[in-house]
Design a protein. Structure first.
Length: 79
């Protein structure tokens, strides 16, 4: 793995180890729980918008796990 990519993952993991990251994940989880309720959706356009919001929240909430998996794969490829 090149140095630039190594630094990218180290900085990413450093950020995700902070209390602030944990607070952000808690807030995003609460927001996702609220948006998961489709009873408040009035039309197809609103539903599509809501789906987009949930996709972005899922991306952020799964970011740590995704980075860890990719990092492990990169390390295994080097061996």
């Amino acid at each position: 793995m090149d140095k630039e990519l190594q630094q990218y993952y180290e900085e990413t993991f450093s950020t995700m180890a902070t209390q602030g990251w944990l607070f952000l994940m808690e807030d995003l989880t609460k927001l996702k729980d609220e948006l998961d309720n489709i009873r408040t959706v009035k039309d197809a356009q609103s539903l599509s918008y809501r789906q987009g919001q949930l996709d972005i929240l899922d991306l952020l909430l799964n970011r740590k796990k995704t980075c860890e998996e990719i990092y492990e794969q990169l390390q295994q490829e080097e061996q």
